[in-house]
Ligand binder design. Structure first.
Ligand SMILES: Cc1cc2nc3c(=O)[nH]c(=O)nc-3n(C[C@H](O)[C@H](O)[C@H](O)COP(=O)(O)OP(=O)(O)OC[C@H]3O[C@@H](n4cnc5c(N)ncnc54)[C@H](O)[C@@H]3O)c2cc1C
Length: 474
């Protein structure tokens, strides 16, 4: 099929206004949150799952590849097409046909194009939420495809833990409804879960049924300076297991370099009397009960006092909840202002956390002395943004050296049984390392599974099998 014929036929499916040829695509669809812009042969924006299905059939007939895109906030380049002749960019932003809230079951059937903020604004009046929390505003489809974690995963789980059903269009256009949206359902293989974390490569998610959770009625936040690094994990164990058990909603770690980046040029004066610790913790308690029934501020203060007396904590900031989170959420942007950021989104067993930081920092000091470690992250759930700043004053790292650096860090992570993608998913940015560091038997099975869903490999940008690496910097 000629391209002009394809575009005309696609326009008949979803309306000519919603089919745009390559050169006329608005830059926001091609420019990812980080990294260089991509290119596509055309942009398609269907409004219903039927349109989605018909467009996939047309793409199959034309032999074109389809790259799904939600809000384009992903961090592994998996929603940015890169082939101006073969990649169709399929934006889900107009997929908004379902918003079916069930207050009794506490579930929501929602189309993939809704954004997290819209969903939670509408649910707030019912005292409920889709309990994933992050500083970006992704689409529901993108959240499923990358299995988003976020800062409160410790309490509520990731997307996977909160999905009860998925509606998908397969590469040949077949529409499937997987999972009945029930809280309990063992009467089928849980195929819906295959699409969670699949980076858009097994099918196009048109809608999902989500498990909802009650909104917190109060929160209490402390920014804590532990006495030593060795005190951090015992503090975690005590806050999770003692009198505050069940109340902790976030336990974030901030290295001093990350903390300074979060200050964004402001002096450290308001924090710890200007004496920043080597490592700080952001601990949040949350409850569905009102403060008149359970006073979280008082409980957190009491706990901190006992930790202060035992010598595990040397300082803490209480009562500045919003400022603490604002600082935490500004870190990434602050680091970017300091040079080019080499990001690692890794997961480790908690017992390996501090050892890994030490080992990796020492290795970098030997092999890549200009790299400055500025790590932070969701310590409580084992996730670590082990980010490095490469100063602008230094010569940019050539590709081969960048690959050596990445392989070195991922090697340390995998030797400890860790993961090279804690929550950002797999995409072209880490494709080669995924292949290099995964068990060959797992790659073999994953590749077979992907071929089953998409025999011609036309969906998404990830190859889950063992085929040749394509990462830009591998
Ligand atoms: C400032 C900032 C903070 C962030 N913080 C976090 C964080 O704390 N935790 C975290 O986990 N992530 C975080 N992220 C990453 C990002 O927000 C998540 O990965 C998010 O889930 C991506 O959703 P999206 O709608 O933007 O998807 P996109 O970026 O558009 O796409 C992501 C992937 O999903 C696929 N996709 C999109 N829609 C569909 C669909 N309907 N069907 C099939 N495949 C689809 C795409 O092809 C791609 O593979 C952050 C990003 C930014 C910019």
């Amino acid at each position: 099929m000629l391209m002009d014929d394809f575009l005309r036929a696609a326009g008949e499916v979803c309306g000519a206004d919603f089919v745009v040829a390559g050169a006329a695509i608005e830059p926001r669809y091609l420019q990812p949150a980080r990294y260089a812009p991509g290119e596509a042969v055309a942009l398609l924006r269907p409004a219903t799952q039927d349109e989605l299905s018909l467009l996939l059939k047309l793409a199959a007939e034309a032999g074109l590849a389809v790259v799904p895109q939600g809000a384009h906030t992903g961090l592994v380049r998996a929603a940015t097409p890169s082939d101006g002749e073969r990649h169709l960019l399929l934006s889900t932003e107009r997929l908004r046909e379902h918003f079916e809230f069930d207050p009794l079951d506490r579930t929501l059937r929602v189309s993939a194009g809704y954004k997290l903020s819209e969903v939670n604004e509408r649910l707030a009046e019912h005292g409920l939420q889709f309990a994933i929390d992050l500083s970006a505003d992704p689409s529901i489809g993108g959240m499923l495809a990358h299995n988003t974690g976020g800062t409160r995963m410790l309490r509520h789980g990731d997307v996977r833990a909160n999905v009860l059903g998925v509606e998908v269009a397969l590469a040949d256009g077949t529409l499937l409804r997987l999972g009945r949206g029930l809280q309990k359902d063992n009467a089928a293989l849980p195929l819906q879960q295959l699409f969670v974390g699949s980076s858009g490569s097994l099918g196009l998610i048109g809608a999902a049924t989500l498990r909802l959770q009650p909104l917190a009625r109060q929160r209490a936040v402390a920014l804590v300076a532990p006495a030593t690094l060795a005190a951090v994990m015992p503090l975690y164990q005590r806050v999770m297991g003692g009198e505050l058990a069940g109340l902790v909603s976030a336990f974030e770690g901030l290295s001093r370099a990350a903390f300074e980046a979060g200050l964004h040029g402001e002096g450290p004066g308001r924090w710890f009397e200007g004496q920043l610790p080597d490592y700080a913790l952001l601990i949040e308690l949350a409850s569905e009960l009102p403060a008149t029934t359970l006073d979280l501020q008082a409980l957190l203060q009491q706990w901190l006092e006992s930790e202060f007396e035992s010598g595990a904590v040397v300082d803490a900031v209480l009562g500045a909840d919003e400022a603490c989170w604002a600082l935490r959420h500004r870190i990434s942007e602050g680091l970017r202002a300091q040079g080019s950021v080499i990001g690692f989104d890794i997961a480790l067993r908690r017992r390996h956390f501090m050892g890994f930081r030490e080992q990796a920092t020492a290795w970098l000091a030997r092999e890549f002395p200009p790299a400055r470690v500025a790590d932070f992250g969701h310590l409580g759930d084992g996730g670590l943004h082990f980010n490095l700043v490469w100063p602008s004053s230094e010569r940019a790292l050539p590709d081969a050296e960048m690959a050596r650096l990445r392989r070195g860090i991922y090697g340390l992570v995998t030797a400890l049984g860790g993961s090279l993608s804690a929550e950002h998913g797999v995409g072209p940015q880490i494709q080669a390392y995924y292949q290099a560091f995964s068990d060959p038997a797992l790659l073999e099975l994953s590749g077979r599974l992907q071929s089953l869903f998409d025999p011609q490999r036309r969906l998404g940008l990830v190859d889950w099998g063992a085929a040749a690496a394509t990462s830009s910097d591998a």
